[in-house]
Design a protein around this ligand. Sequence first.
Ligand code: XIL
Length: 758
Amino acid sequence: MLITKIFKEIEMKKSFYFRAFLYCTVIVLLSVSLTGCKKKSDLRKAADKQGILIGTAVATDQLEDPKYYKTLAENFNVVTAENIMKWETIHPRRDTYDFTESDKLVKFAKKHNMKVRGHTLVWHNQNPNWLLSQPWDKDDLWKVLEDHIKTVVTHYKGDIYAWDVVNEALDEEDYRETFWYLYLGPEYIEKAFRWAHEADPDALLFYNDYSNEEINDKSNRMYSMVKKLLDDGVPIHGVGLQGHLSLEYGFDFEGLYMNVIRFAELGLKVDFTEIDIRIKKPESEADFKEQAVRYRKLMEIMLAIENANSFTVWGVSDAHSWVPQFFQGTDSALLFDREMEPKLAYHTLVETLEKGPVKLNYSKNFADKFRSRKAIPPFKAHAVNSAPKIDGTPNDKEWAKGVTYPITFNQLNLYDFRTPPHDDLWGEWTVVYRGNTIYGIIRRHDDKDRTDHKLDYENDNIEVFFHLGDIFAQLRSIVGQGWEPNSYEGERNIAWNKEGTVCEYSVTLPESDLTGLIAGWNISLSDNDGKDNRDHQLYPITGQNDGWQGKNLGTIQFVGNSPRVPEKSRVVMPFIAAAASDTPEIDGTFSEDEWMDAIKYQFAYNQLDSMNQSVGFNNNAISGSWGIVRKDNFLYGFVLRKDAKTVTSNDDPELNDNVAVYLEIEDGTAVVFRSVVGKDWESPALSGSHKAQWSSDGSVLEFVIELPEEAASRKMLGFNISLSDNDGGDKLDYKLYSITGENKSSEAKGLAELELQL
Ligand code: XIL
């Protein structure tokens, strides 16, 4: 506007020189402000400002590509040698070192005022044949190792600020039985650090590994190991958490936060050394969004913790990533795409850095983390006097004492847990027990069977997971086949019917009687519709598809005649109110876009029927799904509802078709928000604004609830949501929840939890 105005004036003055002068000024101003913008969005600048080292793995041959060269130099202040400092490159014969490539990298870094991270001095991979192929005399091998470390570190003395001295010395159970370990024993680790320190006392020395990011068995062992090294006076200055993550699995950021803190408290630096966040193909917009969120959360942790300030991604662009080759079926893990365009994750990182440290909603307290939350009530297995016959032909009487539950949450998608349409995939399960043996039946419907995939788990299959005492077992049976062999030693049987719609099974546990026990439990139904990867894996609870690691299991209670009920149930994943980027409009019209941030869940458990909580396969009476997001003190939610017959004429609103939200604002009491189809919330016992808006056909509800300040500042809120259905009588036919229970939510009993994300 202003510019046109000026031009008009110029026209009036008809002064050519003046006009030319102004054009130039405008162009200069525009380009200055444009480069200003670009500068502002430069990752490296933003990182420098926060004192964060932002690094990437580099392959020197890529430096020939001017686009790569420029992107690298502009956006990063540290480089790691992706491969060229590994033994096979740098030490090709016993008496020959070849620094050609690595010198190039160091030269590049110097030219662009970047630091260099050395990777890696001792590893079990990418070693030369001369090293691996001959039998070694132990003393001789010690000399080889010492010579390697001292030669390489000395060569780069003063040029390499930090070394990944030992890489991946631990495996899932113990010390990894590497070449080094088998010849030299675990002392090779400490020796490596001492020699590196002798060669360059100023270099920072790191132990680097993967799957050590969260608090888990491996990071616990790493903690003990480095603590011992420190106690023994070994010169170790930090740990590297590689950070090769996948959107296929959940990630426990709070666990990461606590983990970083505990290493930092040992006085160690904690670096993220090899971050990439891979996505299963084909990648969706939502995937890229979730990926950006994860990058942001990683960076927020770096910004929050003093000893953590080094954030290295494993490659510049998706074209330079090891991911597609090493993790088949996944891709797009880095900050730039194949055309070297910055991705959402890149912009998010820049924003996060520009914003600087933010208050994190994580607890620092281990006890807090593992405190018993309000878990989903355990599933129930009742005792039977005579064992069902495991023959694939169910007889209703055999299973009459068992409670039937739906299998309803698709854990292959971490932000949309909804069940696919029943004719695509549907399932329900029942378990009873006798003495020490579990008997189960799974009924399933699937429109397309696939059982010929070379990877067992990518086929149509059922899995049963249990955890009791020291035993964790995952049993799998591909549709129509027996249990796969695995390490579980107890007796087990399984039989499918011809059609593959019913399977009966039994598993014997090493207990004399299960009565009263509560065991970790899960069950899953996988569906492959003919593609290379499964389309769905349904479970009866939400979770992060890591049941196979013994994580996020539900519980099952062996009820018997005199139940021994423990005081607390197991922690299971809460429902999540993700942070909303935009405020949804509460107008009764739903769009996927508007509710993109919401994690989506299914209504599935009919809590009015204690023996059969599954709605069944052919029942179209009622179904629905929901999602909630949080913005500031407000919860915004939607419900999608399919009802064969809508009834709202009852005098008692509770007996009409309705949606109810239960919030435990104060311990032990629940505030109930109820909205009869077509109507606003009934006046709830909570001040603050609130609104419920239905679509005219009653298929969509959108709502908002303002939380009291104190409740909104909490991380977890006792919570439930129900969908009630009356088909014409004077009582409800169904009341569907997303967890099992006894319909006591309004008394604050059997609530789930809602995690309020920031
Ligand atoms: C990978 C490289 O990215 C690949 O190019 C190479 O073929 C194999 O090694 N952990 C590490 C890195 O410490 O050195 C690995 O790098 C990835 C896993």
